[in-house]
Design a binder for this molecule. Structure first.
Ligand SMILES: [Fe+2]
Ligand SMILES: [Fe+2]
Length: 244
């Protein structure tokens, strides 16, 4: 269980050069006080939010990928997009195992928000989409960490590895976008989200708990590597082809 004295790192804003500080704190899930039934309800709600959030991210990254001109950035955003597709599929499967279905209205709304953001990427310049993506990814880490804690309390240890893998992948996404933002002069003028703690801290609260290996990590990594290397060949041969 996470230490209740630990700060809610991803919602505390660092002091920016403008002196802006937003201290709006999201509460940590106090899982010590949760019954398995309540934890199950919170797990389902978190997964439904994540499922629709992933669709928003997929649509936004499609537009973001098309808006950048640097081949390395394009490739990395494509990889992130693929990882979000795998996340959404797995979250949908977990919901189905729990006897639940995603929220159709929520899915539709997030899909449209993502499409709109993706379209705006081509109009808003390089920095804004990188900044927005980094901010959102920092929140995605916490979403999957929370889901893992709820799953543990609710007795679904079989989902732990996949939920923690998704939190780790979101950690990598946040790092990529934060480092991109840091390379731009506008970064110094924008409020900063707090840098997540080390990647290892994601699994640290679960050390000592025996949970089975998940399905996501090996299949996702193997299949995405094949897709990305195939696309890389496409980029070298015909950069202006289908993959834009
Ligand atoms: Fe994701
Ligand atoms: Fe992500």
């Amino acid at each position: 269980m996470r230490d209740s004295n630990q700060p809610a790192w991803n919602t505390v804003w660092e002091d920016s050069s403008l002196g802006l500080v937003d201290l709006k704190l999201e509460s940590q899930p106090d899982t010590d006080k949760l019954s398995p039934v309540i934890a199950r309800g919170k797990l389902i709600r978190t997964l439904k939010n994540a499922y629709s959030g992933e669709l928003g991210a997929i649509n936004a990254y499609t537009g973001h990928r098309k808006s950048v001109s640097d081949p390395a950035e394009k490739m990395m955003i494509y990889r992130i997009e693929l990882e979000e597709i795998y996340h959404r599929e797995r979250v949908g499967e977990i919901l189905s195992i729990l006897g639940e279905a995603p929220s159709v209205p929520q899915d539709r709304t997030m899909g449209w928000i993502g499409k709109t953001l993706g379209y705006l990427c081509s109009l808003s310049g390089w920095f804004a989409p990188m900044y927005g993506a980094g901010l959102l990814e920092s929140r995605n880490i916490k979403e999957y960490e929370d889901a893992a804690e709820y799953a543990l309390v609710a007795g679904y240890v079989e989902f732990l590895d996949d939920l923690l893998t998704m939190a780790e992948v979101e950690w990598e996404h946040e790092k990529f976008f934060r480092e991109k933002c840091r390379s731009h002069f506008l970064y110094h003028w924008f409020p900063k989200w707090q840098t997540p703690p080390a990647r290892e801290t994601i699994r640290a609260p679960f050390i000592g708990i025996e949970y089975p290996e998940g399905l996501l990590s090996s299949t996702m990594n193997a299949e995405i590597l094949v897709l990305c290397s195939a696309t890389r060949k496409g980029i070298q041969c015909c950069w202006e082809g289908d993959f834009r």
